[in-house]
Design a protein around this ligand. Structure first.
Ligand SMILES: Cc1ncc(COP(=O)(O)O)c(C=O)c1O
Length: 315
């Protein structure tokens, strides 16, 4: 089945005062525009997993996520688009009214099963208990990060190289499980400086990404793990899915001033972090920053439902 995907995802230049005033060129790779519902890093991570599942003749994709998960949403859409049944194991209690993420997932045919928080922590056991460990099932891990996610994410680098005459000095993205960043690092193969913004509290990304790159190296023996990457841990705004009024105002300003929609859990934290770092003169005059917009915009509807329409809808 042909699924229309906007690839390569466009790279757009933005005139944003904090960068302009410092002679910094600011570019955004709009991965959010790849597909209305399989967007951002989700397409990149799913691509080779979907191919493998098809090649193995699997009929059902099984995956995990929180009730507002971008990954569940995209997996449900991808399952529908590429002809798989999907089962989502969701952390937490069932609620009478589905939130917009789960409502969409259900509308794509995803079968939702709820797991208590303790059952969710032991995912392997949960699969056995739910009888989802048979040969017909293809398992996508939480967040979609596994060895096959990396070559898909590495393709962002291939695209960037073909789209720009000169590689940017900095290529930036946000980090949850680290899979997207590991793939980007692999694809860039030592070029540019990769700057990952952690959206979670805690200093655990470096070893996680290092391990993913070691796994990648086993399959790509001429690849040597580069050192051109750093993780920023100062802009998570209190931890995963935490927010404050500064972040909300920032999202609404980017929407109204630059028509660039951001989500509160991932991308807004990176864009806000980039502005703050530019104000502190972290980036040299004359440098180019490419920020990767990894999507996640589906989460805005659920966020607004919970917290009272704080974020302006994209027009
Ligand atoms: C919109 C968005 N951006 C970035 C990330 C971070 O990706 P990763 O988990 O590969 O670090 C995620 C989570 O997968 C996400 O949903």
């Amino acid at each position: 089945m042909e699924v229309p995907l906007k690839l390569p995802s466009p790279i757009q230049a933005f005139d944003i005062p904090v960068f302009n005033e410092r002679g910094i060129q600011f570019l955004v790779k709009r991965e959010d525009l790849i597909h209305p519902s399989i967007s951002g890093n989700k397409w990149r991570k799913l691509k080779y997993n979907l191919k493998k599942a098809k090649n193995l003749g699997k009929k059902t994709l099984v995956t995990f996520g929180g009730a507002y998960s971008n990954h569940l949403y995209a997996s449900a859409a991808a399952g529908q688009a590429f002809g798989f049944h999907t089962i989502g194991l969701v952390r937490g209690e069932a609620s009478e009214i589905l939130n917009p993420t789960l409502e969409f997932a259900t509308s794509c045919g995803m079968e939702i099963r709820y797991l208590s928080r303790s059952a969710y922590r032991e995912k392997e056991k949960a699969l056995m208990q739910e009888s989802l460990n048979g040969p017909e099932y293809y398992l996508l891990p939480e967040g979609g990060t596994n060895a096959l996610a990396l070559p898909g994410c590495a393709e962002m680098a291939t695209e960037i190289k073909s789209q720009l005459e000169r590689l940017p000095d900095y290529i930036c993205l946000c980090c949850g499980t680290g899979g997207t960043m590991a793939g980007l690092i692999a694809g860039l193969d030592g070029q540019s400086q990769v700057l990952g913004f952690s959206v979670l509290k805690g200093d655990f990304h470096r070893p996680l990404i290092q391990d993913l790159l070691v796994e990648y190296q086993k399959k790509n023996t001429d690849f040597s793990i580069p050192s051109n990457w750093t993780i920023d841990g100062n802009h998570h705004v209190g931890g995963y899915a935490r927010f404050n009024s500064e972040l909300i105002e920032f999202i609404n300003r980017y929407q109204s001033q630059f028509q660039l929609p951001l989500d509160p859990v991932y991308t807004a934290k990176m864009f806000l972090g980039l502005e703050k770092m530019a104000e502190e003169n972290y980036f040299q005059a004359g440098s180019t920053i490419l920020a990767i917009h990894t999507g996640g915009l589906q989460g805005v509807a659920g966020f607004n439902q919970r917290f009272g329409d704080l974020i302006l809808e994209a027009v």
